[in-house]
Design a protein around this ligand. Sequence first.
Ligand code: ASP
Ligand code: MG
Length: 434
Amino acid sequence: MNNVIIFGFKNEKSMLVYKFGGASIKSAEAVRNVSDIIKNHSGKLAVVISAMGKTTDNLERIIESYVNRDAEKLASEMGVLKKYHFDIIEHLFEDKNHPVYADITEQLEELGWILEKEPSLSFDHDYDQIICFGEILSSKIVAHFLKSQHMEAKWIDIRFSIKTNNTYREARINWELTNRLVNEHFTFAKDDILVTQGFMGSTIDNITTTLGREGSDYTGAILSHALGAKKLVIWKDVPGVLNADPKWFDETVLLEELSYRDAIELAYYGASVIHPKTIKPLQNKNIDLHVKSFIHPEAKGTVISNVEYEKLVPSFIFKMDQVLIRISPEDFSFIAEDNLQTIFGILSENRVKINLMQNTALNFTICINNDKRKLPRILEQLSEDFKVIHENNLELITIRYFDESTVERVMKNKELILEHRDKKNIQLLVRDRG
Ligand code: ASP
Ligand code: MG
């Protein structure tokens, strides 16, 4: 029997949504831990699963070798994908006749067929048709494993429920259809566990789309919204939402309570703990978001809800590999509305997110992530109408609820390039002096 300590939400009558990210299911042992966490819940549960470990990166390399027609690299990356998943199932299912083996083999064959076809003219379209296998494989394995642990688990293909437009790799939700279809497909007989995939959806013609990297949190929020869940729990390898990424900071503080607004702001500025789109669907229906540790599931973690407070400890967000682009009219004319329209047109056409912007009469300056595919294209397009200079290798530091001592602390050995402040936030674009 299950001898783990009691935790989670026992005797919860209402419906919950759990989301498990790649790190929580990166090995057979990790999948067992997830299964224990799920077993400890009694009541209706929808479970959203990401791809296992670093599978999405592995699939991105598969896609790259596929479009570059690099057969050797493709074969070796496919080998990595197969071995990784088979190693996990061999450790989870001793019986080699267990249906999981045929199921995973069939999915990998299906992926193989896609890779035998010629790439289409749309990279983004092809990307989505291939990248989705990470979530399909992982959700199948988890669903089979829960069943083997005597849980009433059902596997659901999310693509029949989450409907999107055809902006591949960053698809937009069709809320009306999605709300209806989710409620048609996610029906609970007693205390079932409905296991599904994060990150993906499909068009009304059933062509697979994805919601953007790390999009599984967003899937959790969409399902919670559509089903009117009591709460969404995102299980992570950190204790909850911290005031800084432990990668850059030694002394981090756990934020036990956060308002929706603060959570959105932190995610927007790049706190990687939650996907920025996650909060709105929850806030709209007043659904609490719990961020909890799958290593210490008994610990409280962070609760994001409709709370109010005056102030919070300062939170720090670091974005590396930033590019500053300074745009000015060729003829010394002002940066006026029509110029701005052209600039924003180019940025939005390339789906570039501005992390910081500032303008003077003669300059418009922006800071964006260094996307190797997009940057050369937008620099070229901007240069058709403007004088453009850019600088790479910068860092963007955002502090929410800042004060002067926190600013001093992060500015050590940094040279300030651009600064923006309002009442609660300060953003500092800096060059590292080493
Ligand atoms: N597997 C996808 C990714 O790694 C989605 C997710 O994990 O949220 O980006
Ligand atoms: Mg992930």
